[in-house]
Design a protein around this ligand. Sequence first.
Ligand code: FES
Ligand code: FES
Length: 161
Amino acid sequence: MPLVSMTVNGVRREVEVEARTLLVQFLRDHLRLTGTHVGCDTSQCGACTVHVDGVAIKSCTALAVACDGATVTTIEGLQNGDELHPMQRAFHEEHGLQCGFCTPGMIMSAIDIVRRNGHDLDEYTVRKQLDGNICRCTGYHNIVRAIRAGASAMRSGQADA
Ligand code: FES
Ligand code: FES
């Protein structure tokens, strides 16, 4: 079986996996990083979103072997010690979740939206950019508020992993 090596949340990991192993399976089943969720089998929901070399991808769409040598950040890697990432804090403060199943993917996508669109996000931009992430509970209103607030808070200098 191929040996795959990645830096995940700042830690170098090397695991032998079957060649068909998806990145999401590598993270959840081999590294036990279960904050990355699987919400569909059609690449539509975005619950599996992580950052690979700083860019958000749906980890159900990539083979682990294709990410050999990459730097990966999952929801577990955003926090700085006891301090939540500003986007995590914004979801908490703006009540941007109900059941929470979609939330890790939403937050990882949200940070990438800020990377691509800057810190001053209008509602239209956030809604348009979120079209790859599905929430079955909230109606999106507070998620949009949270992302706009989190984008603004990220300007104040905390790491935007
Ligand atoms: Fe990857 Fe749904 S589990 S998009
Ligand atoms: Fe339940 Fe989004 S909070 S799916």
